[in-house]
Design a protein around this ligand. Structure first.
Ligand SMILES: Cc1ncc(COP(=O)(O)O)c(C=O)c1O
Length: 399
């Protein structure tokens, strides 16, 4: 309040600093960051109106801020959904979705090649709440069918999974789920709505780690939850009570990232197929896993349901003449532009080593069963000039 009638006391003036309402005939081109945790009301009727939803009004940070609405509106458009919720992280979104869909005594069936954090959350945290999980190879529809019991309420899958990039047939999986009275929750972080919109193929809800392609610059951690009006309103209540709140600056950063999402994905997909083809025919490289390649087991699904685009992620085996892990070290030590980073989806090309990062908690036998060797490297393709990425590979593979 800028009140000139008030006595000038330093403590009072400081406490009310920055409260002036500025007059302006112009409006900001970009939504400002609403760095406030609470809103002021003119009177108690206004508090009642905003709280009951009779009139639009923001109340308190955890209940939702304008920067959340901006992010929720764009992801709902991209995923062809009725609504969305901005959450503090991808894991926050997955937990909120499952918490909304499941109750004690229910069972969760989950793809055994989901992100490691998702698998351990199901095995360690949901099991403590009396929600048992079964883990299935999700490319095998009969294995999913066999894993469902009368208690199964949700199947959780990723559209393209890490690190061998298995793509699933969302329509066929949704059809199976609905025949058995099970809801389908899809993590669309890797494929993104640039490749596929799972809700249009029958999924019941979608989650994202917006930390990856949607944010797109390795500078924000955020999650999103997407679905129909009823699901979003139930999940919002769960989130308000449980509090996985996304900071307004991070919501703003994610919206800023999304402005170039389509451009980045176009370039990333085009770079990725060129790199995958190059690696496939390069002598020092063993198997290449990229769903956009004709040699990948799910390439037909990608052509049918993902516009033929394989996305930006691939994995490959390094081959050496002597000790295989020495070959990996030799390759990594010769890289100049591509950095080792255990995340993905940014504008720069990055590498990671699944056995030492995302799949570190598995035993060597479990890794072996999952097809993850110590010489497997995971590549997140960026937007650089493709020839520069290829040149980096040629140089680093000369050892
Ligand atoms: C497919 C997938 N889903 C969810 C997550 C979790 O996201 P966050 O790190 O934003 O919590 C990750 C993280 O790597 C992921 O790869």
């Amino acid at each position: 309040m800028s009140d000139s009638s008030r006595n000038n006391h330093v403590s009072t003036d400081c406490a009310h600093a920055g409260e002036e309402q500025l007059e302006s005939i112009s409006t900001p081109s970009v939504m400002p960051i609403y760095q406030t945790s609470v809103f002021n009301f003119p009177d108690l009727d206004a508090v009642d109106d905003a709280s009951s939803g009779r009139r639009p009004g923001f109340i308190y940070g955890r209940y939702g801020l304008p920067n959340h609405i901006a992010l929720e509106t764009i992801i709902a458009k991209l995923e062809r959904a009725e609504g969305a919720i901005a959450v503090a992280s991808g894991m926050g979104a997955i937990v909120a979705a499952l918490w909304t869909m499941l109750t004690s005594g229910d069972e969760l069936v989950i793809a055994n090649d989901c992100y490691g954090g998702t698998l351990s959350m199901a095995a360690r945290d949901f099991s403590r709440l009396g929600i048992a999980s079964r883990f299935v190879p999700v490319t095998d529809l009969s294995a999913i069918d066999a894993a469902f019991s009368s208690k199964t309420k949700v199947l959780l899958v990723e559209t393209i999974s890490n690190p061998l990039w298995n793509a699933i047939d969302v329509g066929a999986v949704a059809e199976l789920c609905h025949r058995r009275g099970v809801k389908l929750l899809v993590d669309n972080t890797v494929a993104t709505p640039y490749l596929i919109c799972p809700l249009t193929l029958g999924a019941d809800a979608v989650v994202h780690s917006a930390t990856k392609y949607l944010g797109g610059h390795h500078d924000v951690t955020a999650g999103l939850l997407v679905g129909d009006k009823e699901f979003v309103s139930q999940a919002r209540e769960v989130l308000i009570r449980t509090g996985a709140f996304l900071a307004p600056f991070d919501a703003w950063m994610t919206v800023r990232g999304i402005k170039t999402f389509a451009l980045r994905m176009e370039r990333i997909c085009s770079n990725a197929i060129q790199i995958a083809r190059f690696l496939e025919s390069y002598p020092r490289i063993g198997r290449v896993y990229y769903p956009g390649l004709e040699s990948h087991a799910q390439n037909a699904i990608v052509r049918r349901t993902m516009k033929g685009l394989g996305g930006g992620m691939m994995s490959f085996e390094i081959q050496g003449e002597g000790n295989a892990s020495e070959a990996v070290d030799a390759f990594l030590s010769r890289l100049k532009m591509i950095r080792l980073a255990p995340s993905f989806g940014g504008v720069t090309t990055t590498l990671s080593h699944p056995a030492k990062t995302s799949h570190r908690s598995l035993t060597p036998e479990q890794r072996n069963d999952a097809g993850i060797s110590d010489t497997l490297l995971r590549l997140s393709v960026g937007i650089e000039e493709p020839e520069d990425i290829l040149e980096e590979f040629r140089r680093a593979l000369t050892f």
